[in-house]
Design a protein around this ligand. Structure first.
Ligand SMILES: *Cc1c(COP(=O)(O)O)cnc(C)c1O
Length: 423
C-alpha cells in the first residue's frame, strides 16, 4: 500500500478481497446461527398455525385480535418463555423497559443494576436524573442501587458472588437488572449463557427476585436467548427484522408478563385489548426475517472491524472475536475523521444519501454529537447507522445494515473518506 492517508480505488478493492478471505470462516458460522434461529422461528409459526387471517388488523378495543394473540404465542416459543407482549404500541425500547420496571416494582422495593448504570435513556425513568414529581420510580419510593461489574469495566463480568451476597443482606430487592449489550459503554457484551447463569444464581438465593434483561441489540446474534424472568427489546432493532414500523416486546414468565400488561394497558384488561391497526403482518414478517437481517448486520460489523483495523484504527470488538450484539466501535482519534466516517456511512445509505451530517448540540447530551442514518424507518438502528460524541478519542459507534451488500458499500465509502490513520 502507498503511504498516503487516502486509498486508491485499487487499494480499496484489494483490501475488500483480503477482508472477505479472512472473514470466510466467521461468515460461515454466522450463517449457521441464522439457519438455526430460522428453524426455531419456522417451527413456532407451524405450531401456532400462522395463517393469512393473522394479518388482518382490528380497531377500537381490539378484542379477540387473532394476529396479536398468535404473535405473542409465537414469540414465547421462539424465546422459550411462558408469555409475551409484542406490541406496535411501544413507542421505543425505553417504553418497554419502563413498562417492565413499573409493572414489577412496588413502593419501598429496590431495583439493582448489575451491569453498571442502565442505558442513559432510563435515567429519568428510574429517577437518577430529571425533576422530582414527574412520576419516576424514585417518586413512587422505589430505590435504586448498583453492583459494579467484576474485572473492571472492560473485563466486564457480572459479579455473581457480590450479587448473591447483596440479595441475602437486602430483603427489599425485587428486581435485578441486566443490560446485555454494551450499548454506548466501554465494556464487553454479555453472552446469553452468562445471563442465564446469573438468573440461576439469583433464583437459587431468592425465588422472589426477578431478573429483567434489556435484550436490545442482542436478539438472534447467538443460537439461543438468555433465560430470565423478563426479556425486553425494541422492534426497530434485531427482532423487527427491518420490517416492523415501530414497537417493542416483553417476554418471560407468565406472572411477570401479566404484571407488565397491566401497566401497558390497565389492571384487569391487560393483554386482552390493543387494536393492531394492520401492523401484525409487518411484525410477523419482521420476526421471520430477523435471524437473516441480524446476520447481515453482524457481517457488516465484522467487515468494518477488519477494514478499519487494517487502516490503523482501534476497533472493538476485533474482527475475529465472537459477537453478541450488532455494535461496532471504531476509534478515529480526530474530529475530522469521526465526521468523515459518519458522512461516508450516510452517503452509502439508501435514504437521504445526498445529505451530509453535521455535529450538533443534542438536548440531553453534554458534547456535540454527529449522527448518520439513512433509514426506511425513522431511527431504526438495525438499519445501517453511525454516531459519536465529538470528544476524544472520537469514537464512532456503528451498527446495522439490512443487507450485507449495502453495508459493504457504506463501510467502503467511509473507509475512502476517512483514509489511513497516520498519527
Ligand atoms: C436501543 C437501546 C435501548 C432502547 O432505546 P430506545 O431509544 O428507547 O429505543 C435500551 N438499551 C439498549 C442497550 C439499547 O441499545
Amino acid at each position: 500500500m502507498s503511504n498516503d492517508a487516502k486509498l486508491t480505488r485499487a487499494e480499496l478493492e484489494a483490501l475488500t478481497e483480503e477482508t472477505e478471505r479472512a472473514l470466510a470462516g466467521r461468515f460461515a458460522e454466522i450463517d449457521r446461527t441464522a439457519y438455526a434461529n430460522t428453524g426455531r422461528i419456522l417451527r413456532a409459526f407451524r405450531e401456532e398455525k400462522v395463517s393469512d387471517s393473522c394479518f388482518a388488523g382490528t380497531t377500537g378495543y381490539g378484542y379477540d385480535d387473532k394476529g396479536r394473540e398468535v404473535l405473542d404465542a409465537v414469540w414465547s416459543r421462539v424465546f422459550e418463555t411462558e408469555l409475551s407482549l409484542v406490541r406496535h404500541n411501544f413507542g421505543n425500547g425505553r417504553h418497554g423497559l419502563s413498562t417492565a420496571l413499573f409493572g414489577l416494582l412496588r413502593p419501598g422495593e429496590t431495583l439493582v443494576g448489575v451491569t453498571g448504570k442502565p442505558y442513559d435513556t432510563l435515567d429519568e425513568v428510574i429517577g437518577i436524573s430529571g425533576a422530582n414529581g414527574d412520576g419516576s420510580l424514585a417518586d413512587f419510593g422505589i430505590k435504586y442501587a448498583e453492583i459494579p461489574m467484576a474485572g473492571g469495566i472492560s473485563g466486564g463480568r457480572i459479579d455473581i458472588p457480590a450479587v448473591r451476597e447483596r440479595l441475602l443482606q437486602d430483603s427489599g430487592i425485587r428486581v435485578v437488572f441486566v443490560q446485555r449489550s454494551k450499548g454506548y459503554m466501554n465494556r464487553r457484551t454479555l453472552s446469553p449463557d452468562e445471563i442465564t447463569e446469573l438468573t440461576e444464581a439469583v433464583h437459587s438465593v431468592r425465588r422472589d427476585v426477578m431478573v429483567v434483561v434489556d435484550n436490545c441489540y442482542g436478539e438472534f446474534t447467538a443460537d439461543r436467548e438468555p433465560k430470565a424472568d423478563l426479556l425486553v427489546g425494541s422492534l426497530i432493532k434485531n427482532p423487527g427484522g427491518g420490517m416492523a414500523l415501530t414497537g417493542g416486546y416483553i417476554t418471560g414468565t407468565a406472572r411477570a408478563v401479566e404484571l407488565c400488561s397491566y401497566r401497558l394497558t390497565t389492571v384487569g384488561t391487560g393483554r386482552e385489548v390493543g387494536a393492531t391497526l394492520g401492523q401484525n403482518r409487518n411484525m410477523f414478517m419482521g420476526l421471520f426475517y430477523a435471524p437473516h437481517t441480524t446476520a447481515q448486520a453482524i457481517k457488516t460489523a465484522h467487515f468494518a472491524a477488519y477494514v478499519f483495523e487494517k487502516l490503523g484504527y482501534d476497533v472493538f470488538p476485533a474482527w475475529d472475536e465472537p459477537r453478541f450484539d450488532i455494535i461496532q466501535t471504531v476509534i478515529t482519534h480526530s474530529r475530522e475523521r469521526l465526521c468523515d466516517f459518519c458522512r461516508g456511512i450516510q452517503s452509502g445509505s439508501p435514504v437521504d444519501s445526498y445529505v451530509s451530517p453535521e455535529p450538533w448540540a443534542m438536548p440531553g447530551y453534554t458534547d456535540e454529537v454527529i449522527m448518520a442514518a439513512g433509514c426506511f424507518v425513522q431511527g431504526a438502528s438495525v438499519e445501517m447507522s453511525a454516531d459519536g460524541p465529538i470528544r476524544p478519542p472520537y469514537t464512532a459507534f456503528f451498527q446495522g445494515g439490512l443487507t450485507y451488500e449495502s453495508g459493504k458499500y457504506g463501510v467502503l465509502e467511509a473507509a475512502a473518506m476517512v483514509g489511513r490513520n497516520k498519527d
